[in-house]
Design a protein. Structure first.
Length: 222
């Protein structure tokens, strides 16, 4: 049977087909990254109150290569639920990298106040003072708090993290950039919080064993 196309003609057609595929792919990428599409996506996120996924981001459960060698002694399921609720509260995904940052932060703080793993000083109606950082006469007016419930502790932590001072931390968690990168990038924010370089030191040690979150009032001050 006589060939309808010679080898050179077939080669050119295949080349054109390949070029067309590349052109379509480039066009789709440009459309996805256009301001119009991004604006529509943001409007949907604002309307639904959730952050939509990004195909270019790491899959949930993945982690930055820099964090992969860090060993973790997992906390209790109850404690892990606390950390996960804090991440959800600030709009961050629950990933290995984000949890490692939370565990390292907990380990660096070593907090003993009730339902307050990061030594938050946020005031709540039923909270008592674990310690006193500032007095007005004989009365304590600022300090780490003991919270009455897990929910109250989570809300206090989320509300504190959502302050402008800690945008670097929350942005790093929302974008899942990796535990070590957040610790390095957000030195100033962590210093403002009071943890300073302890998170980075814990992560550099390569072994995470977050202390149990206290559920009992171990110390109070007037």
């Amino acid at each position: 049977m006589k060939r309808l196309l010679n080898e050179e003609e077939e080669r050119k057609i295949k080349q054109m087909h390949s070029l067309n595929e590349d052109m379509v792919s480039d066009l789709v990428d440009k459309i996805k990254s256009s301001d119009t599409v991004q604006n529509i996506k943001k409007k949907f996120e604002d309307l639904l109150g959730i952050k939509l996924g990004d195909d270019d981001k790491k899959e949930e459960g993945s982690e930055d290569d820099e964090d992969s060698s860090i060993k973790v002694t997992d906390p209790s399921s109850k404690d892990q639920e606390f950390y996960e609720k804090v991440l959800k509260g600030i709009g961050a995904p629950i990933t290995k990298g984000n949890l490692k940052f939370m565990y390292a932060w907990r380990q660096g703080e070593g907090a003993k106040a009730r339902f307050n793993p990061f030594n938050t000083t946020k005031s709540k109606p039923d909270a008592s003072f674990y310690n006193c950082l500032k007095k007005d006469g004989e009365k304590c007016v600022a300090g780490v708090r003991n919270y009455e419930s897990e929910d109250e502790g989570i809300k206090a932590t989320v509300e504190t993290l959502n302050l402008d001072y800690y945008d670097c931390i929350t942005d790093g968690l929302k974008n899942d950039i990796g535990a070590k990168k957040i610790a390095r990038k957000c030195k100033s924010a962590l210093k403002t919080w009071g943890t300073g370089e302890l998170v980075a030191k814990v992560l550099d040690g390569g072994n995470l064993k977050p202390p149990t979150i206290s559920t009992s009032e171990t110390k109070t001050v007037a």
